[in-house]
Design a protein around this ligand. Structure first.
Ligand code: AHR
Length: 480
């Protein structure tokens, strides 16, 4: 495959927020995964797992969406502040019917954000919450001066306001967030967002609830009625092996499900293209961002685990899903302002799995590590002979070119010849590769998949790279 890189034809900036994450009160994502409490024997700082925080910092996590998901529309923030032992308990009806003790609330979330050094994306409750409740939450978090909510925050130990750069007004309001019709939600959105006040000087980027997968009618109506009142609108699409009701296993799956899962991930390209075309009608300047705040593979839960906890293993196939999808987001970086893979720890396509004090990094984690140089880089246009099994991105930042390649074929190397002029040297070349379709890391073998040095390239005439089947590779090149 020959690829010509059009260095002079530069594309949009790939927002670092495309590398965002999502943590819901679901299964063992927050509790056990991110937060173990101050009294835990698992090493922690103010209750946050030290190993997990360090691992997420290493991939330059830019933003963390919280508290849901479906949970967001049942969450009443006032239950999660004040003395922990007196906090009201609730039933987590969506996710396993377990008791939520609200020990992880607003203050704990911002402690986590602070330790991660990333930005906050808080999702408000429209489904079962009032306008007043949402208004007061925003006031509690962001009001610098004297006010009832700012004073309450101070009583709970936090003098300064926090920054909330992103705020979601409802989640999946077409489904778990209230089963609304788009016209009704769009009117509610206009009303609720009015009271998401900006108390300080920092702008709050308001995100409306967008469509499920290919619900173009939802996008059309919400944009028609509410576009001027929003900064972003969400899109949710999960990669499946087949029908929603019949999810395939994460391990030991047939070859057909390798292909069907990747094809489902590739559908993201069509979805973004079509939704963006509708958005163009109401927002030709592309001011409103498409925020893909839930994506990733959704497979069967591991046997013996609570079906409501959505705990699935993560293989080299998931790494293909991550790389292919990130490449699609890059291509649409003019419209996709943020994306949040679901979910950070122990849930769905997780970066990290934990068991007691043990932690493993998944193949998907390593894709985020291999791709981190694309954050806030400029997309570089390129064209090449078509290959049905290679997906790639070229970007430029600080006089370095970063080329990432995913060969999702099951057998056979692929050679790509990049025609480029002024490469000085290869600064780094790394990859991950699977030996089997379901190669993965677990607590017994945590390093079956890990980042390795990549040597199969030649710079004597442009750049020639030969990538093996089931691999993700990144080369970082210096330019003259
Ligand atoms: O990520 C799991 C769930 O998927 C979220 O809670 C919901 O928004 C979506 O349906």
């Amino acid at each position: 495959m020959k690829v010509t890189i059009l260095d002079e034809k530069q594309g949009p900036i790939i927002s670092k927020y495309i590398y965002g994450h999502f943590a819901e009160h679901l299964g063992r994502c927050i509790y056990d995964g991110l937060y173990v409490g101050e009294d835990s024997e698992i090493p922690n700082k103010n209750g946050m797992r030290t190993d997990v925080v360090e691992a997420l910092k290493n991939i330059d996590i830019p933003v963390l969406r919280w508290p849901g998901g479906c949970f967001a529309d049942e969450y009443h923030w006032q239950d999660g502040i004040g003395d922990k032992e007196s906090r009201k308990k609730m039933v987590n009806t969506h996710w396993g019917g377990v008791t939520e003790n609200n020990h992880f609330g607003t203050h704990e979330y911002f402690e986590l954000i602070d330790q991660l050094g990333c930005d906050a994306y808080v999702n408000g409750n429209v489904g079962s919450g009032t306008v007043q409740e949402m208004q007061e939450w925003v006031e509690y978090m962001t009001m610098p001066g004297v006010s009832p909510m700012a004073d309450l925050r101070r009583e709970n130990g936090r003098e300064k306001p926090w920054k909330v750069p992103f705020f979601g007004v409802g989640n999946e309001s077409w489904g778990c967030g209230g089963n609304m019709r788009p016209e009704y939600y769009a009117d509610l959105y206009r009303r609720y967002q009015t009271y998401v006040r900006q108390y300080g000087s920092d702008h709050i980027y308001k995100i409306a609830c967008g469509p499920n997968i290919d619900d173009y009618h939802w996008m059309e109506k919400v944009m028609e009625i509410a576009a001027p009142f929003m900064d972003g609108i969400s899109l949710h699409h999960y990669a499946l092996t087949g029908a929603w009701e019949d999810k395939g296993p994460a391990l030991d799956f047939p070859e057909s499900q390798w292909w069907s899962l990747i094809a489902s991930a590739q559908k993201m390209d069509e979805l973004i293209t079509k939704h963006s075309t509708i958005m163009d009608k109401y927002d030709p300047e592309k001011r409103v961002g498409l925020i893909v705040d839930e994506w990733g593979s959704w497979l069967s839960v591991e046997s013996g685990t609570n079906p409501g906890f959505l705990y699935q293993q993560n293989t080299i196939r998931d790494a293909m899903v991550a790389a292919v999808t990130l490449n699609i987001f890059h291509k649409h970086a003019d419209r996709v302002h943020m994306a949040n893979i679901a979910q950070t720890v122990n849930v769905l396509q997780a970066m990290i799995l934990t068991e007691g004090d043990k932690m493993v990094k998944t193949p998907s984690y390593y894709v985020f590590e291999l791709y981190k140089n694309h954050q806030d880089a400029q997309l570089i246009d390129s064209f090449g002979d078509s290959s049905e099994t290679v997906s790639y991105t070229v970007s430029k930042k600080n006089n370095q070119l970063t080329i990432s390649l995913c060969n999702f074929d099951l057998t056979g190397n692929q050679t790509l010849e990049f025609k480029l002029g002024n490469v000085v040297k290869v600064d780094s070349a790394q990859y991950i590769v699977g030996e089997k379709m379901d190669s993965h890391n677990d607590f017994e073998n945590p390093e079956t998949i890990k980042i390795q040095e990549f040597t199969d390239y030649d710079t004597s005439n442009g750049l020639s790279v030969t990538v093996p089947a089931m691999s993700v590779t990144t080369l970082v090149l210096s330019l003259s």
